[in-house]
Design a protein around this ligand. Structure first.
Ligand code: MN
Length: 245
């Protein structure tokens, strides 16, 4: 039984994401970008990906204690609960499989699958910028933001406003949808790869606006957290995602 599951997971990991949506990246690339590791030799369990920087690297914009708790406790809990929920799940256990059936699967799979994937992406889309030096998009993504939003400032304003207006917990995303850039939001741990998302597309940037992402440093001031976060966006990583097949 366990061997069958292992083989199934191994096979699933090798399959592409082709069926999900025309403009999305493959499961393999999804995992490469996010740093998500899922080894078949431990029963196919997901594990918490290491942060690509130290806990205090995003200071002074995002504090070390928030990062320790957000990554080490909250993200870890999504991973653990996802693994627990997968034990008795007979369907396709890849992200492609889970997200394409998000509206139909158990809510624990939807929330924790989304939680693991979204956070893994979120860490990769940030980098250190201790002195708060100018931080702007690069490459083809920079050009496309200008083409689709007119100016970076207009883009930034729209993204910030949408992030601020999310009621309760959720995420703001920059996505590519049929060749166009779009700013969208999702509630809870949903994401634009899920069948239930009102706007679907390839995620190019994401911002977590759950209170656990900012409350220790910013308390109720979500706007200040959003404003600080622009300093630590890893635009090169967003560009890598944008130009990946
Ligand atoms: Mn979070």
């Amino acid at each position: 039984m366990e061997n069958n599951r292992r083989n199934f997971l191994k096979k699933s990991a090798l399959l592409g994401l082709a069926g999900l949506a025309a403009n999305l990246v493959s499961e393999e690339k999804l995992n490469t970008l996010t740093g998500i590791v899922r080894e078949s030799n431990d029963g196919g369990k997901f594990s918490l990906p290491a942060l690509p920087y130290a806990h205090d690297a995003l200071e002074p914009f995002i504090d070390a204690q928030t990062m320790q708790i957000h990554h080490g406790k909250h993200h870890q809990a999504y991973v653990d609960k996802l693994n627990a929920a997968l034990v008795n799940y007979k369907g396709d256990q890849t992200f492609e499989g889970l997200f394409s059936k998000a509206s139909k699967i158990d809510v624990a799979l939807r929330n924790n699958g989304g939680g693991h994937y979204n956070h893994s992406l979120f860490w990769q889309f940030m980098k250190a910028n201790p002195k708060g030096e100018a931080n702007l998009p690069v490459g083809k993504l920079a050009d496309t933001i200008i083409a689709d939003f007119n100016t970076f400032e207009i883009f930034k304003k729209e993204f910030s406003e949408k992030s601020l207006k999310i009621f309760g917990s959720g995420w703001c995303w920059l996505i590519e949808q049929k060749g166009k850039l779009k700013i969208i939001t999702t509630p809870n741990q949903d994401n634009p790869l899920m069948d239930c998302a009102t706007e679907k597309g390839k995620p190019l940037l994401c911002l977590d606006v759950w209170e656990h992402a900012y409350y220790l440093k910013y308390q109720n001031k979500r706007a200040d957290y959003i404003s600080a976060w622009w300093n630590v966006i890893n635009w090169q990583q967003c560009e890598n995602q944008f130009i990946s097949e």
